[in-house]
Design a protein around this ligand. Structure first.
Ligand code: PLP
Length: 411
């Protein structure tokens, strides 16, 4: 017999959690059983408009026919062989990623964290094999998020996430973003790389200005460092370009991607130039499931759609529409909404600090709209890239209805 979804919580458990799952997530009390495009259907038959895309994952919405076909076709052929053998799917996807980016080499893994850690490892090993084993430190930025493993947490240096995890891994110099002097001062003889998200998604949808990214590129060139972009959240069309760094007109040496490239199937990758990949020698890295045939079938299918002529232009057009509606919402609810932030279809509303962002997400859920929290009291808005114009109108109307239920408490 299946457990009722609202089974009584064990002592100490969060009421929205099953008593047999660890209480790591503050889950909303709704369970989805089916999805279609930008819409999700709950177990009770109610439908919800998805403006969260599973945190930037479902770039083509739910149950996209081309992805479904690619996955089911592959499922009848071959699921897994390991990386002990050649993989036509990996070779094809890597070739396409290299053809459309700065990269010459790709390593496939399963998640964003794994891609970020692999990117850090690639940078350190680059210096190691090139005669500079002392260069292992990585400059990272306050408010960053690179994942949940111990090293990824150390990289982002967020005390909230590091609490209780022992002494944080050494090798990271975490500095404020947009402070050129702090950046220059952080570079020393042990520095291997600078690592940054072009838009800090979890950190409050903070767009790193193009001039800051350009300065990082220039400093890396000057000091022989590698520039790592974490495009786990911003990549694969999310900001209206295939990768967000294209807006700044510069290229990294290494890039971590995940989320969107799998369209909902677990898939991550490290992309690198030939030079930056030189430390990733035989036996230096690996992943049992990384680049498995199912993931490759879906990854290639995602690219089929995202690389179609005109697709990214459409994303930018819809993003402009969304931004305009959000600006109107800000004007209408000026006491609640302090700022509209973001790039493309990765947008955020910074709320008045007296109104907890979780209240806004809850109010939106009551309007059957899914939104996502971010740091800095920002509510994140990331609809599927192929959302319809009508659904943007519908979603922003629901945001307005949700905000109309919130009040700023009197001081
Ligand atoms: C920029 C960035 N890097 C890394 C990660 C970690 O990815 P994952 O949860 O797939 O390990 C995330 C996840 O939100 C992210 O937004």
């Amino acid at each position: 017999m299946t457990e009722p979804l609202t089974a009584a919580p064990a002592a100490g458990a969060n009421s929205q959690n099953s008593p047999v799952l660890m209480s790591t997530y503050a889950r909303q009390d709704v369970a989805f059983v089916r999805g279609e495009g930008a819409w999700l259907f709950a177990a009770d038959g109610e439908r919800y408009l998805d403006f969260g895309s599973g945190v930037a994952v479902n770039v083509l919405g739910h149950a996209h026919p081309h992805l479904v076909e690619a996955l089911t076709e592959q499922a009848t052929q071959l699921w897994h062989t390991s990386n002990l053998y050649r993989s036509p799917g990996q070779e094809r996807l890597a070739q396409r990623l290299c053809a459309t980016t700065f990269a010459d080499r790709v390593f496939f893994c399963n998640s964003g964290t794994e891609a970020c850690e692999g990117a850090i490892k690639a940078a350190r090993r680059y210096h190691y094999v090139n005669g500079h084993p002392e260069r292992w430190r990585v400059i990272t930025f306050e408010g960053a998020f690179h994942g949940r493993t111990l090293t990824a947490l150390a990289a982002a240096a967020n005390p909230k996430y590091l609490e209780g995890c022992g002494i944080a891994a050494d090798g990271f110099d975490n500095i404020p973003v947009s402070e050129p002097e702090a950046l220059q001062a952080a570079i020393g003889p042990e520095t291997a790389a600078i690592m940054v998200e072009p838009v800090m998604g979890e950190g409050g949808v903070r767009v790193v200005p193009a001039e800051d990214l350009q300065l990082m590129r220039a400093l890396c060139d000057e000091h022989g460092l590698l520039l790592i972009f974490d495009e786990v959240q911003t990549g694969v069309g999310r900001t209206g370009r295939l990768f967000a760094h294209e807006h700044a007109g510069i290229e990294p040496d290494i890039m971590a991607i995940a989320k969107g490239i799998g369209g909902g199937f677990p898939l991550g990758a490290i992309l690198a130039t030939e030079k930056a990949a030189s430390g990733m020698t035989a036996g230096s890295h690996g992943s049992t499931f990384g680049g498995n045939p199912l993931a490759m079938a879906v990854g290639n299918a995602v690219l089929d759609v995202v690389l179609e002529p005109g697709f990214l232009e459409e994303v930018s057009r819809k993003a402009a529409r969304l931004r305009q509606s959000l600006a109107e919402i800000k004007d209408r609810f000026s006491d609640l909404v302090l700022e509209v932030r973001g790039e493309g279809l990765l947008m955020g509303l910074k709320l008045n600090p007296d109104v907890p962002v979780a209240d806004c997400v809850k109010a939106a859920l009551a309007e059957h709209l899914l939104l996502i929290t971010a740091s800095d009291n920002v509510v994140r808005i990331l609809p599927p890239l192929n959302i319809s114009e009508d659904d943007i109108v519908e979603g922003t109307a629901r945001i307005a209805r949700a905000l109309s239920k919130l009040t700023v408490p009197a001081r």
